[in-house]
Design a protein around this ligand. Structure first.
Ligand SMILES: O=C(CO)[C@@H](O)[C@@H](O)COP(=O)(O)O
Length: 228
């Protein structure tokens, strides 16, 4: 039970972080956390004011069967979260937003182009945009699998953003960074034509950021420049 409470607390805090990060307005968006040991996910109660989402209000769902526990109705996007957990084995958290700058790209069916080192760091390439699909059945989940690339995020045409990660913190960072780079690219377009970053350069930035950035132990010794 202690572990379930911890998962509920994580899910409630992650959902409350969405409006705090400026990623959602009113009831749009949602977040979930998945625990493979119990086979359960915990997700936002549909339509609930974010400031009312507490650990006890969070909705518990069995990922294998889709069975919902408790009296609260789960997010209408539960099918898409379920699809991603069932098909992306390393994912432990999924976030959906309608964040403004990224969703503006989605409204135009445009990917966020690889023109910033920050895009290379976090996503390794452009943030792709899937064509518009409806919200029935597994249409959204299948579109995400079909059009995703190395990035832990994707734009859904005419709809919004899906981001994911091995932890709630990683999924939140992906959702925040999608919106941040979308805003920068939008501003760049006011100044001129954003210039593409060479793929090889992007690979170097992505490798450093994913494997040696921050306080994580460097998994590779830094290449020492030869004297002379
Ligand atoms: O995009 C949508 C619905 O189209 C959802 O993100 C949004 O309405 C939030 O729904 P929930 O409150 O999570 O059921």
């Amino acid at each position: 039970m202690a572990h379930e409470l911890e998962l509920r607390e994580q899910t409630a805090a992650l959902n409350r972080a969405l409006p705090a990060a400026g990623l959602v307005t009113m009831h749009s968006g949602n977040a979930s956390v998945y625990d493979p040991d119990s086979g359960k996910l915990f997700i936002k109660p549909s339509g609930m004011d974010y400031d009312r989402i507490t650990p006890s209000e969070v909705v518990e769902v069995d990922v294998r069967t889709g069975r919902v526990f408790g009296s609260n109705k789960p997010s209408v996007d539960l099918p898409h979260h379920l699809f991603l957990y069932r098909n992306l084995p390393d994912v432990r958290s999924v976030i959906h937003t309608h964040s403004n700058y990224a969703t503006a790209f989605a409204a135009c069916l445009k990917p966020i182009p690889l023109c910033l080192t920050a895009i290379a760091d976090e996503f390794g390439g452009e943030v792709p945009c899937a064509p518009y699909v409806g919200n029935e059945d597994d249409e959204i989940g299948r579109a995400i699998l079909r059009y995703r690339n190395t990035a832990p995020a994707i734009l859904l045409g005419n709809h919004g953003v899906f981001a994911w990660g091995p932890t709630g913190k990683a999924a939140l960072k992906a959702a925040v960074m999608v919106e941040d780079v979308a805003k920068t690219v939008f501003l760049a377009h006011q100044l001129g034509q954003p210039q593409a970053l060479p793929e090889e350069e992007a690979r170097k930035w992505f490798d450093r950021y994913q494997n040696r950035y921050g306080q994580q132990p460097s998994i590779l010794p830094l290449p020492l420049k030869q004297a002379g």
